[in-house]
Design a protein around this ligand. Sequence first.
Ligand SMILES: Nc1ncnc2c1ncn2[C@@H]1O[C@H](COP(=O)(O)OP(=O)(O)OP(=O)(O)O)[C@@H](O)[C@H]1O
Length: 446
Amino acid sequence: MKQIPAFSLLLAHFDHNELLASLLALVAGSPVYCVDKGQHILYWSEAMAQLTGLPACDVVAKRCAPEYALTTEEDGQVLSLINKDGQTVCLKKSVQMVYDQYGAVSGGLGLLNACGQALAKEAVPSIQKTTKQNFYGIISRSPAMQAVFQIIENAAETTATVLVRGESGAGKELVARAIHQLSARRNAPFLAINCAALSSSLLESELFGHVRGAFTGAVKDHHGMFQRAHGGTLFLDEVAELPLDLQAKLLRVIQERNFIPVGGDRSVSVDVRLVAASHRSLREQVKKGEFREDLMYRLRVVPIFLPPLRERREDISLLLWHFIQVHNGENLRKIDKIDPLAMRLLLDYAWPGNVRELHNVIEYAFAVGRGSILKVAELPPEFREPTSTESPAIALLTNKLRLSAEEEAVAIRQALQQSNGSLGHAGDLLGMSRATLWRKRKRYGL
Ligand SMILES: Nc1ncnc2c1ncn2[C@@H]1O[C@H](COP(=O)(O)OP(=O)(O)OP(=O)(O)O)[C@@H](O)[C@H]1O
């Protein structure tokens, strides 16, 4: 064992567990982590979670990614990674191996220190090719989304019609915008219309325009979206809701690149790239007789499926920190920590409203709470309503499910740390009375 001066004095003076706990508490604000000899993560400081966007609960007890490996050869190596804000950061890894009493490696401790600018530039190209966590404003590190990014890149080079399928709030419009931005049409207009939001006649007039006198109130010619998007991209959201008569008109524009405005007698030629989106399956709509099969095939030349957020859980913490960062910039409040119980609730939630809902949750926390820690009480009410698939954290809050003593002790320790030892505050976080908390604390020796 490597000895530092007065090391034995230190060991003799303190209880070893207490000493270790205090040291870990001291370094929690630095990007420090620890692995066992099989490179499984044993400890992941709060600063590591902040830096990488990966909370401890997602990585502890799992084998670390190769870039985080801790071996003597890795000491002094430079690693570049994309942080939770989507920026590439360059870090120097300092490694301290830990040996057992026979001199065999039993694990390692790692510390990441920021490197200089020049190194950061050198490291950028290779990492950007493999991991894009911020793709034209679409934040994701999920493999399924990385595949979507590749399809977007390839499709953008063509003028093929794209059909994006995904639940509400999953980012369909962002995909359409990314295609436009990446395409040669980027300097021409990008226009978006929701086909479910307007009545059939209004929609027709909005899409194809009308001539003066076409109907009561049509006092002058009106250029529709197809004309205004000439040379650019038109995003047709909720295309499955398009009435059948307008489906025929849309098919004609796609096939012949021209249309006749409402009340007009001359066709207008246009060059517009279409991106359509739907939360429904167009195939199902075709089966029900509500969507034209020929139009479906014309629209889904390049189909893109956006998985819902609950199927790409690795994106939850990344998105949470992304939106926190955005709101931190508004100077109303600066959140630099998410209470562990709140994080568990957020990670376990089903997110029916997908990323839009996640953003709303962060906006809510900024509206109702203050201070640097996002707490359970600052989450919208649905996070505190017990459900049939309760997470252990909810269970603890509602006292419905029994946690193992170990899990309960961890939750109590975290809540006490969070509230600087205040029993009242920790009890609020845990949903326990002061007396219950006092008793449990004594029982677990906390
Ligand atoms: N991966 C993402 N990264 C960052 N922001 C996202 C992401 N996905 C969605 N958003 C944000 O969530 C909101 C909803 O996204 P968007 O409008 O693209 O979804 P949508 O699937 O088109 O929803 P709808 O069908 O309800 O119109 C927007 O504010 C968007 O910026």
